[in-house]
Design a protein around this ligand. Sequence first.
Ligand SMILES: Cc1ncc(COP(=O)(O)O)c(C=O)c1O
Length: 480
Amino acid sequence: MTTNPVSTGQSPSTSPAEAAALLARMPDLEQALAFYHRHVAPDTAIDLSVAENVLVYDDSMQKMVFANTSLLPEKYIHYFSPYGTPELRQQVADLLTEAFGRRVPADHVFGTAGVASALECLAFALKNSEPSGPPPLVDGDAVLIPAPYWQGFNWSFEQRPKLTCVPVHLPTEGPHAFQLTLDLIKEQYEEHKRRTGRAPRLLVLTNPHNPLGVNYSKKLLEEIYAWALGDPNLHIISDEIYCHSQLAGSTTPFTSAVALDAYAEHPSRIHVVWGFAKDFGLSGFRTGFIVSQNAVVQDAMLGSTDTGAEKRHPMSWFTPVDSLKHYVVGAVLTASVNGPGSELYTTYAMRTYRDLLSASFDKVKARLEHHRIKYIHQDGDNAAQFFWLDLRDYLDLCVPPNQGDATPFPLTADDLDPREQCLFDYLRTAPTEVSLLPGGVMHSSEPGFFRLCFSARQPDEVCEAIDRVSKALALLKPQA
Ligand SMILES: Cc1ncc(COP(=O)(O)O)c(C=O)c1O
């Protein structure tokens, strides 16, 4: 482990103590790990904890887009439309039309600085009153989310909009382990209503799912949406940030919310988000989009209407798709594979991404199986970018690293089961040095599950990490 001056990106010589102080202020363990591995101790460990994707950049984006992109033209030093220029909104609408299999009009598309921000904008927007729609959301209103789930929903919905995330826990055992059903959602909806006297106001589905990777079938989605929209005050957000992250062998195809019958019936209560962070691997660019035809959401994103209501600035003004993002994302969106008139780079990249992702999945799966490391996956299911590892067998065997061996950078999250924290620390410190994301961070109802992002590094390196994890686990529990 590095104990020399470290590069935090703040200053070239931030001391370990200063870096540790910065890390201690990061309550989201995934983001703390991203910071740690990028700026504090780069190159010392294999980080598979953060949901990132190097496959597309390494395979084609560098050579087909950025190698041909010149330094910044003058027009990009000026103010740009914060929710995207008409060109950008059209290009993203075209891209999503292809991915969703339904036309997405450009005037339903609003850019923000990342999907986390798009979700927060949606939450704020739905707190405004809608003349002929459901009453506005108010502080404390419940957001139902099948769990485990991406912990960022807590930051997007709770920190500033003051809503309350309520997990819908999936079973961890039995033939339906980790499978979402309408009954599970209904039960939590009723339970919350009974306990608080207030019905939940938002249902959030992540499709494909993070961390489970699955696509929800059209049948299940139609069932859930039909029931949910039967409550006239409920909105649904479909987070489709991983929509292109599809395995070739997946037999349950991805179905976007906009392709559902329910969408045709209740378009104003269904909102979709997508961004460039995952499918395209451009997480650092922080560029996300809301797709919504709800008037209140559109007003919030565009700014004041002419109704004489309180004047409001467009929400993206505070969290914009700025000119630099327009430039670099625009380069990705306009590049073509063999010069002008040939296939769009984005079409090519997403087609080949499927192959890259599938090849990586197969290789990593084989290595996990070789080492008999358990994971949750049914044949024919999608995996998006993840394996949900089941390391429960090792929970009670882990002993905390000696004080002297421990990393000088404690990384933890609130409420993490101490045994899960122990296993996480054991694997991420020398000699194993592999970071996985503890499931407790993602509201897993039971400790011992860890998310491995298999697109975060090239497959050979992911396999090397698995070899190291296997060796470390074997020391805890010699293989039979
Ligand atoms: C389901 C989901 N939604 C949103 C995000 C955040 O996206 P962005 O980085 O564009 O804010 C993530 C990132 O991990 C995610 O997994």
